[in-house]
Design a protein around this ligand. Structure first.
Ligand SMILES: [Zn+2]
Length: 304
């Protein structure tokens, strides 16, 4: 009896709610007719927005405080990816989550397929943690592909071609937008080439194993530790660093983000100066991907 009453009340509530709702055309904002382009990191979002402009909706669902490479989308986010008109993947073993779910292959674009024969394989990667992101290893291939600006250009090119295929009526607009972006990527590349020539293979250190393609493209003689910019290195970590620089006499230490003051002082005692080169895998606090890259390159231009 009680159950019947409860059911009746629920049914009444549902009917009531239904009646109250205004016609759907007013209740929900009109679903955009623009194609939904889902992306797996911020560099791809930036390129897709630059090229697609007003013709597409770019959706990058990873939270701002997580590394998109190791981020795990929830079920609703995975479902949204599955329903997207297009999914832009970074490739090179990025997005570890995508290996465990089924995504519509016909709508997926592997933006780094143009240089897959040049991926750098990582062997014997050490498992470590990044604050609250939990533990991971960088096993597989190096995945920070876009820090080689020539590879970034190839990824942007793949995005342009995919958008043109998706929306042929906007071919010319996409091509024009891509050309502007291309010019800026070429300029970054040229400036970094000059930096590489100036540094002439001098040994350098990096805070994390994410600079492989950058180091290869610009001839930077780089070894890495497994540090976080916001965490002050422990004595054991300092000992590891000392061992490396005994045979790799670096004068500069490249950080992924603004380091803690104490960290800067600690490595200064080993005659290492700090410079920030932010990979910008996620949305920056201010500016765009291009702004961050310009800052990075500027910082490297000041390295002697
Ligand atoms: Zn890591």
């Amino acid at each position: 009896m009680r159950n019947t009453l409860a059911l009746t009340l629920i049914t009444a509530a549902l009917i009531c709610g239904c009646k109250k709702a205004p016609p759907t055309s007013e209740a929900t904002p009109k679903k955009s007719s623009r194609p939904q382009i889902f992306v797996t990191n911020y560099p791809l979002a930036y390129f897709a927005e630059r090229i697609g402009s007003t013709e597409v909706d770019v959706v990058f669902p990873a939270p701002k405080d997580q590394d998109p490479a190791f981020w795990q989308p929830n079920d609703a986010q995975i479902a949204a990816f599955q329903q997207a008109d297009m999914i832009l993947m970074n490739g090179a073993t990025y997005s570890k989550w995508a290996e465990k779910v089924t995504l519509p292959e016909s709508r997926m674009v592997d933006t780094s397929s143009g240089f897959h024969d040049r991926f750098i394989e990582i062997k014997d990667a050490v498992t470590h943690s990044h604050g609250k992101d939990g533990t991971h290893s960088h096993n597989g291939t190096a995945f920070t592909t876009w820090l080689d600006f020539d590879q970034a250009l190839s990824q942007a090119d793949a995005i342009c071609a995919a958008l043109q295929k998706l929306k042929p009526e906007s071919i010319e607009m996409f091509a024009l937008n891509f050309d502007l972006l291309k010019r800026e990527l070429l300029e970054l590349d040229a400036r970094m080439q000059t930096v590489g020539k100036k540094l002439a293979d001098q040994p350098m250190m990096a805070s994390h194993p994410i600079y492989q393609y950058w180091a290869r493209r610009y001839h930077i003689n780089l070894k890495h530790v497994l540090w976080e910019p916001e965490e002050v290195p422990t004595e054991a970590q300092m000992d590891d660093l000392k061992k490396i620089i005994a045979t790799h006499p670096a004068k500069w230490f490249v950080w992924e983000g603004e380091p803690a003051k104490e960290s800067v002082e600690k490595i200064k005692a080993l005659n290492l100066s700090s410079v920030v080169f932010d990979p910008c895998a996620n949305v920056p606090d201010k500016g765009t991907w291009l702004d961050v890259m310009k800052e990075n390159v500027k910082a490297m231009e000041a390295v002697e």
